[in-house]
Design a protein around this ligand. Sequence first.
Ligand code: NAP
Length: 310
Amino acid sequence: MEQEARTSYDVAVVGAGPAGLTAALYAARAGLSVVVLEALMPGGQMGETGRIDNYPGFPEGVSGFDLTMQMQEQCTRFGVDFVNEGLVASDLAAAPKRLETASRTFEARAVIVATGTHSRKLGVPGEAEFAGRGVSYCATCDGNFFRGKTVVVVGGGNTAAADAIYLARICETVHLVHRRDRLRATAAEQHRIAAIDNVVFHLNKTVRTIEGDGGAVSGLVIEDVQTGATEDIPASAVFVAVGKVPNTDVFAGQLPLDEAGYVVADESGVTSVPGVFVAGDVRAKRLRQVATAVGDGANAAEVAAEWLAS
Ligand code: NAP
């Protein structure tokens, strides 16, 4: 429910992925007034995931979209306000803290940062030119456009493995290009992918260029990291899955970050900035999953409520 009038809250949650939605739910249930600011659709990466098999309670898996809608509905039931606008500026040191969107300035006594991450770019020729015209960063969003075609997935983590598994079900052939001699995806994902016969591995290979023809991707050129030999792979799409970059630009200079740009906090999400807490993938931590994001969100709301009461 978008509220036009109100701009002052006990807690502002920035980001409506599983961490932000859980933080909002817990804060609202603790009796605090809560607004969630989100520039895009709620759900974050969870919302874009076709089927989530490792979130407990759903023996047949659950669609990320459905899980998002249910989490948001639960928040709304406890009085959380949602504002579909991104932050353009913030002052986290002020009291109350100030959060500016394109149309309004919100004030909050505490802020929970749950802004997640965005996809890292490869930075090769053709990538930006063909973005949205065959270059994609979301297999479950765009895979269906390439049903029955030959596609490429670049990367060696869990996202690349999950993308290749998903695309292999709907595409003729999936070429998986990774710069090392082995994937870093979990053993379970590697086991699944090894059993699929229309996934072709190109290990120890990097992407040199993404090629196009008539305004759309026609293939790519890969290069062997040891020999430098190049090879053309004709393909209709390139799904880039080479990791994530934390969304912290709007808080530049205001939060303690680690060398990769993730927000440093204790395990409950307490940062060194009084009244600012962090939850989910944007936090420096080991495992980034829906299950760990919701745990982070609950903890951050709890410590925020304690801080507000102190
Ligand atoms: P990730 O684990 O960081 O893996 C990124 C991959 O991209 C790595 O294999 C990396 O290579 C490669 N890479 C990075 N920069 C590159 C470049 N410039 N050119 C070529 N390759 C490059 O990222 P992710 O797979 O997106 O996963 C992010 C987080 O979400 C992880 O914590 C992951 O476990 C989690 N996740 C979990 C699931 C699941 O459990 N089902 C699904 C999706 C994501 P190197 O191996 O050489 O570093």
